[in-house]
Design a protein around this ligand. Structure first.
Ligand SMILES: *[C@@H]1O[C@H](CO)[C@@H](O)[C@H](O)[C@H]1NC(C)=O
Ligand SMILES: *[C@@H]1O[C@H](CO)[C@@H](O)[C@H](O)[C@H]1NC(C)=O
Ligand SMILES: *[C@@H]1O[C@H](CO)[C@@H](O)[C@H](O)[C@H]1NC(C)=O
Ligand SMILES: *[C@@H]1O[C@H](CO)[C@@H](O)[C@H](O)[C@H]1NC(C)=O
Ligand SMILES: *[C@@H]1O[C@H](CO)[C@@H](O)[C@H](O)[C@H]1NC(C)=O
Ligand SMILES: *[C@@H]1O[C@H](CO)[C@@H](O)[C@H](O)[C@H]1NC(C)=O
Ligand SMILES: *[C@@H]1O[C@H](CO)[C@@H](O)[C@H](O)[C@H]1NC(C)=O
Length: 546
């Protein structure tokens, strides 16, 4: 919360250029509070940075043409002593599957390039109420259907640490943007891995909230059972502040899972008392089946980074409890219990038929997957593999008899997980987000990820940087490796405290090498138009029909 003495501070603003590199909510507020910068200067500093450096990662799809106008309004509020809001003047990038009233919501698909919501997703509206500046939209894996972060509208997003690799996904543009200091924090969504894989691959933090904590309305859906939305940030504090604002949407009748939240929990200030968190006496289950112990250049760095992280946790007083139950096989669980193939079509049809969705867009699932552009090609990306369940969802629905048995399996897995927590008196369970390094550009799928356990059971996860692979010519600072910390339902506060305590002893985040570059500040008269590099789509992912 900003104090009214900003009135004085803002009038004294000396116009010192704001440095967006590794900026935090606190550093933005500090600059405004002490009159070092105006909001316009803060916002401009991020815009010129994106304009100059987006070509290194192709992470940003669109800049908000109103961003400077909004900043000027906030400067007015500052001058009139009315600068309130926990996100006052904080520049945020939003994954382009969230509805925004002032920008298109493309899902990364050419077929949705003119799709224009008339209202914000409730989670985006909550950020704006707290003073956030929605700087623009981030690239994603098209419609969030895979983890490569390539899309027919936005092209291939490139890992900022290694230009031969993907940034994880599907929230890859959000992850790469946060890593590159294109914003203070970003929003992502997660159906199986999508808030966690890009956090892992970009040396940042994310939280996948307990199912029901945050309304998913106004976000292009895939799965009623598995979808969640949440923030991605460079610090645990910023993550906690952003989570508090998103959760404050509270009960939303248009997403009935929000009724599952315990009374008052959605009003939690997740940032308060963070620094009191400790690892002393914490019992952390280590999920052995979520590792690949076959030595290779792609797996050994993950296992070594995890060993080092575990060593730091133990040194700080945590007890590691090995969990070896074979039921926790991520490949089997995903093959048997993933619900997307039953839920996707019905949900997409519901999203597309809302009166709030204006502009040109496919009328329904069937039209989307048969749309032909000029030249006879479909207007979406075709993956060589991984889209099997899209084909499947055109014939399957929640009415299938197998859907009921899958849901029984999910309930059983959820009880199994609760039993594991109870049997071993665990505070959390840890494992690498991905059993191998994030895959190379052109790979058929983002293999080796472990997100399915939280996705199906609805448990919360905070993902933290665990370390890096050794430095190479392609990856001068190494490829980032991330660790998931999974807790009981509604344990976000405790998980964030564990992550904060871990970060104090670990402090493993590093920025990408090129992102150290300083970009000269400029007096902008208008927001430049970003043109994503669609020509960089690898030939193995044609745009066409399924
Ligand atoms: C991006 O643009 C800058 C400045 O024009 C240039 O130095 C850099 O090599 C470009 N990066 C890539 C990956 O093309
Ligand atoms: C302060 O901001 C609030 C919300 O934007 C507005 O309703 C109110 O009129 C403003 N007050 C002043 C004194 O400008
Ligand atoms: C919750 O919402 C879903 C999707 O809108 C709907 O299919 C379902 O019937 C609702 N459940 C209840 C119990 O109201
Ligand atoms: C484990 O890693 C090896 C070596 O990289 C790889 O060949 C194998 O497919 C991986 N196994 C699984 C289950 O991911
Ligand atoms: C749909 O999924 C089922 C069960 O996983 C599988 O047997 C079937 O081949 C799939 N059908 C299509 C059309 O992909
Ligand atoms: C659902 O039912 C349809 C129609 O009987 C069938 O074609 C489809 O394969 C079923 N899907 C699954 C995943 O079992
Ligand atoms: C439930 O899970 C347990 C393993 O945790 C397994 O032994 C049992 O067969 C499962 N039951 C059903 C109905 O899937």
């Amino acid at each position: 919360m900003l104090a009214p003495l900003l009135l004085l501070a803002a009038s004294l603003a000396a116009g010192t250029p704001f440095d967006p590199r590794e900026a935090t909510i606190g550093s933005v507020h500090h600059a405004l509070h002490f009159g070092r910068s105006t909001c316009r200067e803060v916002v401009s500093s991020f815009i010129v940075r994106v304009e100059a450096l987006n070509n290194n990662t192709n992470a940003v799809l669109t800049l908000n043409p109103r961003a400077l106008e909004i900043a000027d309004e906030l400067d007015q509020a500052l001058l009139s002593g009315n600068a309130t809001g926990s996100l006052f003047c904080v520049p945020v990038l939003v994954k382009d599957n969230y509805d925004t009233f002032d920008m298109k919501t493309t899902g990364g698909s050419l077929a949705f390039r003119d799709s224009q919501p008339s209202t914000d997703a409730p989670s985006v509206a909550a950020l704006r109420r707290e003073g956030a500046v929605i700087l623009g939209k981030a690239n994603l894996h098209e419609i969030a259907l895979e983890g490569i972060s390539v899309s027919s509208f936005g092209g291939q997003t490139i890992n900022p640490y290694d230009s031969t690799r993907t940034p994880g996904g599907s929230s890859g543009g959000s992850g790469a943007s946060v890593a590159s200091s294109f914003c203070v924090f970003a929003l992502g969504s997660d159906t199986v891995n999508s808030l966690r894989s890009p956090a892992s691959a970009n040396s940042i933090f994310s939280v996948r909230p307990t199912r029901g904590l945050i309304s998913r309305s106004g976000v292009i859906p895939l799965s009623y059972t598995q979808d969640t939305v949440g923030p991605m940030a460079r610090s645990v504090e910023d993550l906690a502040i952003a989570l508090s604002v998103m959760a404050s949407v509270g009960y939303d009748p248009s997403d009935n899972t929000t009724a599952l939240s315990p009374p008052g929990f959605q009003e939690t200030n997740f940032a308060s008392g963070l620094s009191l968190g400790t690892l002393q006496g914490k019992r952390l289950g280590l999920l052995e089946p979520f590792f690949n112990r076959t030595a290779s250049d792609e797996t050994t760095p993950v296992n070594e980074a995890m060993n080092a992280a575990i060593g730091r946790l133990e040194a700080a007083g945590a007890t590691i409890v090995p969990i070896r139950e074979s039921v926790y096989n991520p490949t089997t669980i995903a093959a048997e219990l993933d619900t997307q193939r039953f839920e996707y079509r019905e949900l997409l049809n519901a999203y597309l038929s809302r009166p709030e969705l204006g502009g040109r867009h496919p009328r329904d699932f069937a039209e989307f997957y048969t749309t032909k552009a000029e030249g006879g090609k479909g207007e979406f990306l075709v993956m060589p593999s991984g889209y099997e369940y899209v084909r499947n969802s055109s014939v399957s629905s929640t009415g299938n008899a197998t859907y009921a048995s899958v849901q029984q399996g999910v309930a059983n897995l959820t009880l199994t997980l609760a039993s594991t927590f109870a049997t071993h008196s665990l505070d959390a369970i840890i494992y690498p987000e991905q059993r191998n390094l994030v895959v190379k550009i052109g790979s058929p799928s983002q293999s080796g990820r472990n997100g399915i356990l939280a996705a199906l059971t609805g448990h919360p996860v905070v993902t933290v940087p665990a370390g890096f692979s050794p430095s190479t010519a392609d990856a001068p600072r190494g490829v980032p490796i991330g660790m998931e910390i999974l807790g009981p339902k509604w344990s976000e506060k405790e998980l964030l405290a564990i992550a904060h305590a871990y970060d104090k002893v670990g402090a493993t985040r590093r920025s990408p090498e090129w992102a150290d570059r300083h970009v000269e500040s400029q007096d902008l008269t208008q927001v430049p138009v970003i043109v994503p590099d669609r020509a960089n789509i690898p030939a193995v992912y044609p745009i066409g029909v399924l």
